[in-house]
Every structure is written in C-alpha cells, then in structure tokens.
Ligand binder design. Structure first.
Ligand SMILES: *[C@@H]1O[C@H](CO)[C@@H](O)[C@H](O)[C@H]1NC(C)=O
Ligand SMILES: *[C@@H]1O[C@H](CO)[C@@H](O)[C@H](O)[C@H]1NC(C)=O
Ligand SMILES: *[C@@H]1O[C@H](CO)[C@@H](O)[C@H](O)[C@H]1NC(C)=O
Ligand SMILES: *[C@@H]1O[C@H](CO)[C@@H](O)[C@H](O)[C@H]1NC(C)=O
Length: 470
C-alpha cells in the first residue's frame, strides 16, 4: 500500500518539477494566462523525455480545446500521468486551467513549502480550491507565495498545518479577498491577530473552522464578525478561552449563521447561547456538547427563535431535562439529528414529544440516558419518524432497555444501525428476532460472559467460565 502511494507521489513530484519552468512567464495573479501563451513559454528540457508520438490518432481527431476540456475533469494523479504521455499532452495536462481544484491530502507527508510555491505559480489565478490538510511541512513563507499567486482562491483547507502562524492569515488578508471557506483547525499558533486580519481582507468569508485554536479569545471573535458579516458556519470546537461575550458578538453580527460548533467551549453558559438563538434565526445546526453549564433555557430559546433547527448536539449537558426538550420538540419540527448522550435527566417523556412532533428524526443518540425505558422506545417506534426516517438509534448503556424495545423498532424499515453496548437486558435472541424484520441492520452489542449463579449450599462444583471461554 505505501509503495503505491510512494509511486503516485513520484508522478506528482515529477509534475511539480516539469511544471516549474513554465511558471515564470505567467501574467499577474488574477488574470489567468491563455493556453497559447502557456505553450509558448514551455522550455525545451521539459520535452526531452518524450519520443515523437504526438501523431497519435486522438490528437488528430480531437481539437486541443476539447482535449483540454476532457482533462479538466481529471484528478491530480491522472493529470500527472497524462502529462507523461506525449509532448502535446504534457502541455495540455499542465495547463493552469486544469488546476482549479487541488487536494493534496494523500501526499501530505511529501508536501514541502517549495511544492506549494511551485503549484501556486503554475495554477496562478485559476486555482479556486486547495486542500493542504495535514501538510505539516508547509509554513508561512510558502503560503505567502501562494497567496500572492492565487488571488482567486475561494476555498482553502489548512486543517492540521501546524507550522502556520498569524503571518499566513496576514498574507491571505492582503491578497485573497475572494476567500469564502477557510479551515485552520488545529493550527494552534493562530491568535486573535489572524481573525483581525481575515476580517479586514476577506469580507466574503462564509465558513471558518478554528477548532482547537485555543489561543483565540473574545477579542478575536469580535474583530472577525465586524468584517465578516456573512458568516454562515463557524467551527469553534475546543476554543476553550471563549466565554459568553464572544457569543454575544456572534449573535449581534451574524444574522446569516446556519452552523455553529461550540463543542467543549467549557466556559459558555445560557447567557451567551441565548443571544445566539435570538440573533441567528437561520440556525440549523448547533453543537454544544460538553458545555455542561447550559440549562433548559437554551432549549426554550431555540424553540422560540430557531424553528429551522435540524441538528442539535448536546452530549454531556446533564442539566437539560424533559421540560426543555418538550418545548424544543413542539417548536422545532425539522429536527433530523440529535445527540443527547449523557443527558442523564431525560426520560421517556422526551421521546414521546419527539415521536409526536419531529417526523424527520433520522439519528438519535440516547447513550447513557439511564432513565429511558421500553415505553419510550415504543412511542418512538410508533412515531412519525419511525417508518421511513429513523436510521440510527444509540441506546448503549441504557440499563432499563430490554428486548421489548427491539420489538417496538421492528417496523422502522429505514433503521441501519442500533447501538446496544452494555444494555444488560438485551439478549442474543432479541437481536436475532429484530434481524428477521430488518435483515440489513448493523447491531453493535457485546455480551459479557455470564457470571455463574451464586452457589447454593456449596455442593455445586465451582468453575471459572472465563477460563473456559479464554
Ligand atoms: C520548484 O521549482 C524549482 C524551479 O523553479 C525547482 O528547481 C524545484 O526543484 C521545485 N521544487 C520542488 C520541491 O518541486
Ligand atoms: C473543522 O475541524 C475539525 C477538527 O479538525 C474537523 O473535525 C471538522 O470536520 C472541521 N469542520 C469542517 C466543516 O471542516
Ligand atoms: C488576544 O488573545 C490573547 C491570548 O491569545 C489575549 O491575551 C489578548 O488579550 C487578546 N486580545 C488582543 C486584542 O490581542
Ligand atoms: C459552571 O458550573 C460549575 C458547577 O456548577 C461552576 O463551578 C462554574 O463556575 C460554572 N461556569 C460558568 C462559566 O458559569
């Protein structure tokens, strides 16, 4: 496997080398040079390796424009292969117009700064979308060259490029005003200064991921939302310094917000999150898992302000109760996915409300919701979502659940997966019966070896079941 990847990298790096020569003759970034100009700018050495087989039928029958169009559908690796076929194909395959979307994730170990610089010269203003996810070798210098050359970039993924710092965002701010999506997750050197730079130079930003950039504080968020009022998605997972004030800025300036992820932003409370609900009526997806201080007030605010909510993840928010989920279910009828893991206070009455009011429910996690019983599952199984929506239900560590629950779910024909780990009352026979109705369902369960019954009177022979099984 690794051999094959290395081989592909070989092809790829070859391309970078041969491509470099033509880069110098390009026009200013932002004005894609014509194909003809590219062909004229080609250096001799680039063709020394080819035999003279350009007279192939395909080259005679198909005009260059058409071949170019075909090449525009190919991925990086295939393009590099085509570039080795003949002189004519080399020119066509390496034409900047084919390199509008590049994903280098598969080559992350081989990508150094120089490679990115060379790519940016080749692609110039053609490049719209680049993923350098996981490319640990790429730093600020390479990204400055990139930003200068690729001023039409719209989607840039730098997730896990841990070497980059605020200097990269400064470059992007200076040259890349069309940027719409930026992923900086795990770029832990990023600070408030980056967000300030983006707000000044990238006003079209719609989606930003700064998950695990834990140096960012409310000042950074304040600067960001001032300049980027069109933000639709913000991923702030693990930004542990953020408190309610940061959320107030978002609530006040981001009316277009659709997706917000605040997982393990441990300092946030009802105050901040309520301002989000009030300011962001278009909210469809909220993750507040791990924000253990939030209460039912959030669920009320969501119900009152965000009727389009589709996804709610509140795992480990153990203060949430049936009261809050009742209001939520009665107002948010579009709910599709709910992660309620370890919302330990909820009971069957939450499931009853969901089964009545939320006909689109597809994925429901109730892991560690220890008060849930078969009766709640019965309502769910008879509910509006049951027959053709419900795809996943997670019931692991729900100790009161028995085989009866599986009976109640047998007519959920869309059910693809059910989690039953540590449901001590579920039996193999119960799962087998469920499978006769839903033959393709994935069931995750584990049956601990049965413990021997307490010996009566001591006459029974003692033996270790584990020893036998092992
Ligand atoms: C980048 O291009 C230069 C020529 O401009 C070339 O010498 C160098 O080998 C290339 N670097 C990589 C890593 O491909
Ligand atoms: C944001 O980054 C996190 C952490 O790498 C990742 O799990 C998540 O998928 C990213 N989100 C988006 C929408 O790119
Ligand atoms: C920005 O973040 C740092 C922590 O990373 C913080 O100390 C500072 O006060 C924040 N605000 C400004 C304006 O830099
Ligand atoms: C969250 O709740 C804990 C325990 O109740 C409390 O000690 C802490 O101060 C609260 N955090 C905030 C930010 O209010």
């Amino acid at each position: 496997m690794s051999g094959r990847v290395a081989g592909r990298c070989g092809v790829f790096l070859f391309w970078v080398e041969v491509g470099a020569g033509a880069g110098g003759g390009r026009g200013a970034a932002g004005t894609p040079p014509a194909m003809r100009r590219d062909m004229n700018g080609v250096t001799k050495s680039r063709f020394e390796m080819f035999s003279n087989n350009d007279e192939a039928v395909i080259n005679k029958k198909l005009p260059k424009e058409l071949l170019l169009r075909i090449f525009s559908f190919l991925d990086v690796v295939t393009l590099c292969r085509c570039a080795q076929v003949s002189r004519a194909w080399n020119v066509l395959a390496l034409d900047g117009s084919n390199w509008q979307r590049i994903d280098l994730f598969d080559f992350q170990r081989d990508i150094e700064g120089r490679v990115v610089e060379n790519i940016s010269k080749r692609c110039g203003g053609f490049l719209r979308k680049l993923s350098l996810r996981g490319c640990l070798g790429v730093g600020d210098n390479a990204l400055r060259t990139f930003a200068q050359n690729c001023r039409n970039i719209e989607v840039l993924n730098l997730n896990g490029c841990t070497k980059i710092t605020d200097a990269t965002c400064t470059s992007l701010s200076k040259f890349c005003s069309k940027l719409r999506h930026l992923d900086l997750a795990s770029c832990t050197s990023i600070t408030n200064l980056s967000l300030k730079a983006l707000s000044e130079g990238c006003p079209l930003l719609e989606q930003l991921n700064i998950s695990w950039c834990d140096q960012v504080t409310k000042d950074g968020i304040q600067a960001l939302v001032r300049g980027c009022g069109g933000l639709k998605a913000l991923f702030l997972k693990g930004c542990t310094q953020l408190e309610d004030e940061a959320l107030k800025y978002i609530g006040a300036h981001c009316p277009e917000l659709v997706t917000l992820n605040l997982q393990t932003c441990l300092q946030i409370t009802d105050d901040g999150l309520i301002t989000i609900c009030r300011g962001c009526h278009k909210l469809q997806s909220l993750c507040a898992s791990g924000c253990s201080n939030i209460t039912d007030a959030i669920l009320n605010a969501l119900g009152q302000n965000c009727p389009r909510l589709r996804i709610l993840e509140v795992a480990r928010c153990s203060q949430l109760t049936d009261v809050g989920f009742t209001t939520l279910a009665r107002n948010c009828h579009e709910l599709e996915k709910m992660d309620l893991e370890e919302c330990v206070q909820i009971t069957d009455s939450t499931l009853i409300q969901l089964s009545i009011h939320c006909p689109r429910l597809q994925v429901l996690s109730l892991s560690h919701c220890e008060l849930i019983t078969d009766d709640g599952i019965r309502h769910l199984g008879n509910g509006a979502c049951a027959h053709d929506r419900l795809e996943v239900i997670e019931l692991d560590n729900c100790p009161l659940i028995t085989d009866a629950s599986l009976e109640h779910l047998k007519s959920c024909h869309s059910l693809e997966r059910i989690e039953l780990y540590d449901c001590q009352q579920i039996t193999r026979a119960g799962i087998k019966r469920l499978r006769t109705h839903l033959p393709n369902i994935k069931v995750h369960a584990y049956f601990a070896p049965v413990t021997p019954p307490p010996s009566v009177g001591g006459s029974r022979q003692r033996f270790c079941r584990c020893c036998i099984i092992l």
